[in-house]
Each structure stands twice: as C-alpha cells, then as structure tokens.
Design a protein around this ligand. Sequence first.
Ligand code: ZN
Ligand code: ZN
Length: 512
Amino acid sequence: MTDDTQMPLAAAQQSTRCFSAEDTVRAFLEPMHWTAAFVTYSSAARHFLHWLEISKIPIVDVDQSVIQRFADHDCSCQRYSADQVRDPYYVNRVRRFVRFLEDRGDIAVVKDVADMGQHLRRYGERLASSGYNRWSQRRLHSVAEHFGLWLRASRIGWHEVDASVVERFVRHDCGCGEGRKHGTIARTGIQRRRLGATRFIAFLRDRGVVARPVIAPGRDPVAQAFGDWLRQHRGATERTIENYVFITARFLPDLGSDPSCYDVATLRRIVLDQPPHFARASVGKVATVLRAFLRFQAANGRCRPELQHAVPYVTPYRLSVLPRYADPATIERIVAACSADTPARIRDRAIILLLARLGLRASDIWLMRITDIDWRQGLLRLHGKGRRSIRLPLPQDAGDAVAAYLDEVRPVIAEERLFLRLGAPFTPFASSSEISGILARHLVRAGIRGVPSGAHMFRHSLATRLLREGAGLEAVGAVLRHRSPDTTTVYAKVDIPMLQMIAQPWPGDLAC
Ligand SMILES: [Zn+2]
Ligand SMILES: [Zn+2]
C-alpha cells in the first residue's frame, strides 16, 4: 500500500450499506478543514481503517474491545508508528472517528442509546428548572453525557441498565473520548460518577426510557419477593415493607439458600445473637420479621409451617421503660427559642411547633403533604400508622409557622410533600430520622440541655401533660392516635400519684 488515500477496504464492504473508506474519512474530516487537528485526525482514522483491514475485522464489528486491541497492537503498519498508537490522545481520535461511524450508521449501536442527544437536552432543562446552581448543572450534565458515551461504546442499551451496569460505569478505566481525564480515578471521582449516573437514570425512569427496577439495587430477590407478598397478602404499608425487606436481607445469608434446610438452632441464633448494643425492641423486631418470613416461605410450600413457632419470643418489657419527656415549661422554652430569621429556621420552626402542639410522630411530619392542610377549616389530615387517616385541628401558632414556611421558604415545585430540604433539587427528607436531627440541632443552637433526644420527646411530653391535667387515658390515646389502649398505658406509668387521683375507668382488659 503506497498511498493510503486510495485504500480499498475489503472488510468495510461487508457492511450492509456501501462503505467507501475514502468518502468516509473525507466526510469525517470535513468540519476540521484548515484546523490544526486535521492532520492528526486524518492519520488516526486512516491508520485505524488500515489496521482493521489487515486484521480482517469487519467495520460493523467495531466496539470498545476492538478499539482496545488497536491501542494495544504492535504496530508495524506502513506509514504509521508504534509511538502514535501508545499516545492516548491518538487513540481518542480513533474513538471520535468510531463515534462518527456509529452516527452515520456504518456501525450499529443499540438503538435506544441513539436518542441520547435528545435525552441530554431534556435533562439539561430539568436540571436548570430544579434550581441547581450552574456549576452543579454542568457537572451532572457532564457525567450524564459520559455515561451515555460509555453505554454506547459498551453496546449496552438503556433497557439493560441496572445497578450492576452503573457499578461497571463507575469503575471503568476511562477512555471514553477526547477531553476526558485519564489515569486512576480518585474516590471523589467514583462518587461523582455514581451520583451523576443515578440522577440521570432517575430522570430517564420518570420519562419511561429506563424500566423501573423490579429488584432494588443490592437487594436479594428472595427478600424482594417477600416484600411483594407482604404488599399483596398482608396489606402492609410501603414503609413497613421496606423495613421488613431490609431486616430480611440481613439474616438471609445465615438462613441459607435452601428453605427445606432451615433448622431450629439457626432460627434461634439469628434472633438471639445480636450485637450487645441492640435494643431489646430491635431484637424483638428481628423475631417478628423472621416469623413473618417463615410464614411467607411456608405459604409457598417452601418450608415447614411449624418452623415459625421455633422463633423465640422476645418480651419487649413494654411497661418497664418510662417514656422520656420534658415538662411544659421546657417545651415552651424550646418553642420560644425558634427564631424565624433564616430559611432553615423558618422551616424548622414550623416542624417543631407541629411536633410540640400536636404530639405528631416524626413520620407524620416527614410524610405530610401540602394538600393535607385544609386552610379554610384549619384542619390537618394525618395518615396514621397502618393506612388510617384522621383530621386534627391545626393550632394557631403552628398554622402561622407553616404558612410562613410556605410563603417565604418552600419553592413552588411539583412535589407533594410539605417539608423539603433547603437546597436544590429540593427533595423531601430521606427518612423521618432527619426530623429528629432538626430538633437536635435546634436544641444545641438554643443551648437547651437535659432534654431527651428524638422527636418522640414532644409526644411523650404532650401525653404526660394531658394526663396530669386530668384527661383520661382514652382521650390521650385519641389525641396520640393510638390504635390500641395498651400503648397509652405506657404513659400511665409516668406518674403513679397522679394516676391514683384520676378516677377514670381502665380501658381495655389489662391483667394487672
Ligand atoms: Zn498500526
Ligand atoms: Zn469513560
């Protein structure tokens, strides 16, 4: 081969459409005419086509691994040198050329990855409208673009994207294209890739491009099937299912993969061998979940039904722990210390007032939706435990605080939840424990010490106050929305002398 501009390309002719190497290279270089890049791109493209031909690789078969083989080839091609091939920038020019061939249809790519540009444009619009600053927008967009390039080069379609694909992307040794950094990837780089890819996938899921995962990332399929069973046959709430599936995934490895081999000793060990810092209630929870799991397995004929009786019962010492509460004066100090001078404090004031005045659970606050407030009638709808919903009057100061939060802080976005994080993209809290975190920070800021931690403290305090003011257990139970009067009797232990003074009939039939 004396003149590579006349290179015949036997391999390329196997392509379905008529492939002319010369026309192709010319079209590729067209936009680069009269630029400095012209010579190097021209050499890379022609070298690659030449190497494909002598290696007898049809152009339609080109993918990531072929490019890698080219980068590793011990070059003795005429007019070209091994030094060129060792230069990562040279190989990147080849990648750019391959992308050009993909765009033209000379190399088939997975079809659904082809509309990448359109998805990226929409994603950019979404990022801009979600309130990200310009720097974050650019960074997230860049990772999304990178992810798309990598998928395309790896011949992976959107419909195949799942957690393991994301992990492969996160850890890939990048050679995706010109302008990207090379070398070993740092931890922040890995996190950035993972975050960026996950956000982009979430966006594509919303648009229906990527299927919703049947199996949550990292979850055992058996645990997941158990979750589905709880949903269908037990009517459990999503929160409960999540919790049960999480606990199940933890003990499944101990249980082993064959249900017919479950034995009593293992079941007892799973419940009783818990770390010493585990609260008794948590141990009891493991036992409850394990029993439910065995019922699920037995219902499907996979294990003996009597096994569930082998799971030890853990007495929760229900009446042995006094609820932790603060006196009314302290509660008022906590409320009075809520200033409203920054967006964060305006939001936190609304949350703390709702907790203090209504004795709400942290999860009530977490799940509260804008539409749960009926401003005309001054009512607040709550979705209690186990899918019950009730309405409570909204006290004046709590209502004012919520109104201030809505007016001055909460962005107007298409999100149902009332309380959101303060920075873009203004997502709801990840769990109810963030509510307790808000309270803890407030107490530190206000310098109030000696108060029990956790949002439940307000609930306990309200119950105790009501009892002291002479309300019956039934009334207290109604305010706290307890399903069973047993739960309310916990508060009755708080103050024995006070209890002796109230002459209310004991609700339910408690043996004592
Ligand atoms: Zn070569
Ligand atoms: Zn890459």
